[in-house]
Design a protein around this ligand. Structure first.
Ligand code: SAH
Length: 272
């Protein structure tokens, strides 16, 4: 081996020595540095998949008052529908109540919302919603959007909510409010709900929150076989009968009377 061969071997030995030294030296990794896999967040176990599929707002504002309201409905009326009570717990009713009524937002009573209309009593909202038997794949029609509160409660249970209001400023205000607060899937139409909503029929469920003196035939026509319609019916403006109507798979209609109630009248669009 010549002198150039010896120097090549020495250079190689020196490089190997440096490599060994370098790999033995511990690099100063701070113990709190997370290993790379921790950058992926563990899924939040609190969010149940079936309730996380469509956008709905969550707010802690006045949460304790809401809890009291829900507890009251559960105990005073023996209403034990966990899904509906959870929906009522989730919707901030005070968002739908005018400034002047804010202190009463969680009292179990109807409140004025302007234009001679009212937001329904919380128990009635819970009871009627419970009668609908909603699940997330069902399409529901509401007649009488009013403040938008009932529509928001429905949207806790299914993303397919269609609501009609005849008083234009109420309909517009509810539509804007629902979008602004994040109830993105609810569709609000201004018009006469007596006629239903032809473009989106048939509906699995319908809820009417104003009182006609008879059951509107267009609503029966737009009800899916196996579906149900909850509606206050009565000629008297002071008391009506809350009725649940079912359409069976063969299209046969049955009717049960459930409770005396008091709703504002269903009014018809003025014919031009
Ligand atoms: N569900 C509402 C309560 C509404 S009060 C809420 O959660 O706030 C009843 C509403 O029905 C009123 O706003 C009234 O204007 C509306 N209404 C009356 N007749 C109607 C009709 N033919 N079509 C649609 N809405 C009607």
């Amino acid at each position: 081996m010549g002198s150039s061969g010896v120097s090549v071997v020495m250079i190689l030995l020196a490089m190997w020595g440096l490599w060994i030294f370098g790999s033995c030296k511990k690099s100063p990794v701070p113990p709190e540095t997370p290993p790379p896999y921790r950058v992926f967040q563990a899924p939040n176990q609190d969010i149940k998949p079936e309730t996380a599929e469509w956008p709905r707002p969550r707010s802690q504002e006045r949460e304790a008052e809401r809890r009291q309201m829900v507890e009251y409905i559960r105990r005073a009326y023996d209403l034990d529908d966990a899904k509906v009570l959870e929906a009522m717990q989730n919707v901030p009713r005070h968002w739908f109540v005018p400034e002047s009524q804010q202190p009463l937002a969680y009292a179990d009573m109807p409140l004025p919302i302007g234009y001679d209309q009212t937001i329904s009593q919380p128990f009635i909202v819970a009871y009627m919603t419970s009668l609908l038997g909603l699940t997330p794949e069902k399409k529901v029609l509401e007649v009488g959007t009013g403040s938008g509160y009932q529509a928001a409660v429905l949207a806790e249970l299914t993303p397919y909510v269609y609501s009609i209001e005849i008083v234009e400023p109420l309909g517009r205000s509810a539509r804007e409010k629902l979008k602004q607060f994040g109830y993105e899937t609810i569709q609000v139409k201004i018009g006469d709900g007596y006629k239903g909503w032809q473009e989106h029929q048939p509906f699995d469920a319908m809820i009417v929150t104003c009182a006609p003196d008879h059951v509107p035939q267009p609503l029966l026509d737009q009800l899916k076989p196996g579906g149900c319609l909850v509606i206050p019916v009565g000629e008297n403006s002071r008391v009506q009968n809350l009725v649940r109507i079912r359409k069976d798979q063969a299209g046969l209609i049955s009717r049960e009377s459930l409770l005396p109630v008091r709703f504002v009248p269903l009014v018809r669009e003025p014919t031009p």
